[in-house]
Design a protein around this ligand. Structure first.
Ligand SMILES: Nc1ncnc2c1ncn2[C@@H]1O[C@H](COP(=O)(O)OP(=O)(O)O)[C@@H](O)[C@H]1O
Ligand SMILES: C[C@H](O)[C@H](O)[C@@H](O)C(=O)COP(=O)(O)O
Ligand SMILES: [Mg+2]
Length: 485
């Protein structure tokens, strides 16, 4: 029986899961989980990639102690952030976190050199201030010139495990530097950044093998003999692979974790002006698909509210507290940049409500209810835009990732959008990661077969829309709030 290990590192936690195929069912078991977050040092926000790598090694050691002598191994993380390497392959400096404030105003400066329209026509990528393009634009020039290689975080972790340097395409597309037509780094953008193509590595599609884990690593730490398979290393790309789509469904998804990524799987990019104005993106998907989606602030806001309350409540307790509150009392424009990385999320939420003469949420349930109500309304707006851009109605919204465990938010979303919500799997990213490994090992023949296997193997919850009294008034108030933010 083949062993598959997925390492999924999101912005709030990393996890290592083991999967095996038992007949027609896929069994998944969590072996290791660790908290992940960026740290504020010397005025900036950084990831601790050495700690992340140490946790990966710890997880693989646990796997070996559980009797997993050999396995396939795939790894995915969040997007856009990168590591600078010198010629010896050593890291040149700390790894900036995308929420660091250094990119504030960077898009405006960059687009003085080349228009937004031109960049969107070339890349089809939504404008987020922390895209790699803008991060590199503000990065210290001397450091960049010194860099022999620029690798996104998962590429770097694969390199430390395998010794191979590659840029996997689904995550590379989030850099906003890949040209949709040539499917290569855009030469004009490289020139504007004064970067050379050879500072990046070979672009590689998911599904290919990078060979075995470095033998010295396996020996030193007593690790399983892993064959490293390049999976969709952008966590959202892996999550989309595992969406339990039913035949004939007109479907869309929300990959719901730290971020809520709301979108559809399309065969060709949609990068016309209307898509740009709606700030929809064309991140590359597995097997030549595209992820036509939009970033929504997501459960980051709940994570911060929880952290500021010293983690006094579990995520399910926060949802229960919110469920007892009056709906749609206070609302916030989730995607406003003020919520990207405020000193205090609670204070920022309360300030907005005060500024807009809404009831100011004070109790924990009031605060989390405000976030969940506002997220559901933000999903409503984004889904309506998506249907317009796709030119088709969506019948079912799949919510996958940790947020699929939040039954209040899933029901609220179904009620506001007036459509069926299908929730789960919670570990969609890891399952998509494993699915691509299984396709590569030929134990599963296609994404379609993988989705059927996942649908058979994991329980999903269906939320049918329930009527909301005075929804029209809520939407009217919401539109005013969002249009003025
Ligand atoms: N039992 C639960 N009830 C409510 N929400 C949950 C539950 N479990 C997880 N979540 C939500 O899922 C989020 C984490 O999702 P996850 O996909 O693991 O995030 P990431 O991959 O970004 O680290 C948490 O911030 C929390 O809001
Ligand atoms: C910064 C990116 O927009 C972000 O990484 C997003 O693309 C993503 O992958 C979020 O994944 P989480 O699991 O951290 O929500
Ligand atoms: Mg995630």
């Amino acid at each position: 029986m083949k062993n598959y290990i997925a390492i999924d590192i999101g912005a709030s936690s990393g996890r290592l899961l083991h999967a095996q195929l038992y007949g027609e069912q896929l069994a998944l078991k969590e072996i290791h989980r660790f908290a992940n977050s960026f740290h504020h040092r010397h005025g900036h926000d950084y990831w601790d990639v050495d700690h992340i790598f140490a946790e990966i090694v710890k997880g693989l050691q646990k796997a070996k102690r559980l009797g997993i002598e050999s396995c396939y191994l795939g790894l995915d993380t969040w997007a856009v952030d990168y590591v600078l390497l010198d010629q010896k392959g050593d890291r040149l400096e700390e790894v900036y976190a995308y929420r660091d404030k250094r990119t504030e105003g960077a898009p405006e400066k960059f687009h003085a050199k080349i228009s937004r329209e031109e960049v969107y026509a070339r890349t089809g990528i939504q404008e987020l201030p922390f895209n790699t393009l803008y991060q590199l634009y503000v990065h210290d020039r001397n450091q960049l010139c010194e860099a022999d290689k620029i690798m996104l975080v998962p590429d770097y972790l694969y390199y430390r495990l395998s010794g191979r340097k590659v840029n996997e395409v689904t995550n590379a597309s989030t850099m906003q530097m890949l040209n949709l037509r040539t499917r290569e780094f855009d030469e004009e953008l490289l020139k504007l950044l004064s970067l050379r193509r050879d500072q990046f590595s070979e672009l590689i599609e998911p599904g290919q093998s990078l060979g075995m884990i470095r033998p010295e690593l396996a020996r030193q730490y007593d690790l399983p003999l892993c064959e490293l398979v390049v999976v969709p290393t952008h966590d959202t790309a892996s999550a989309v692979v595992s969406i339990p789509v039913q035949e004939g469904q007109s479907w869309a998804y929300i990959s719901s974790g730290t971020w809520s990524l709301l979108g559809a799987e399309v065969a060709e990019p949609i990068n016309h002006r209307a898509a740009m104005e709606a700030n929809y993106t064309n991140e590359w998907g597995a097997f030549g698909t595209y992820r036509f989606l939009k970033n929504i602030m997501g459960l980051w806001m709940i994570q911060e509210v929880r952290r500021e309350s010293d983690n006094a409540y579990s995520f399910s307790e926060l949802a229960e507290l919110a469920a007892a509150e009056i709906p749609f009392l206070s609302l916030i424009p989730c995607n406003d940049s003020r919520f990207l990385n405020p000193k205090s999320m609670i204070a920022e939420i309360q300030s907005f409500c005060k500024e807009t003469r809404q009831p100011v949420p004070l109790q924990m349930g009031e605060i989390t209810r405000c976030v969940f109500d506002s997220l559901a309304l933000t999903y409503f707006d984004a889904l309506r835009e998506l249907e317009g851009l796709l030119g088709r109605a969506v019948e079912v919204l799949h919510i996958v990732g940790g947020g699929s465990n939040n039954e209040l938010l899933c029901q609220l979303t179904a009620n506001v959008i007036g459509k069926t919500v299908q929730a789960g799997p919670s570990e969609a990213t890891a399952l998509g990661n494993i699915a691509v490994q299984m396709i590569s090992s030929q134990e599963v023949e296609s994404i379609r077969a993988a989705r059927e296997l996942i649908t058979r193997s994991f329980s999903l919850k269906v939320f049918e829309p329930e009527p909301i009294c005075n929804l029209d008034q809520v939407l009217e108030r919401w539109e005013k709030l969002v249009s003025h933010s």
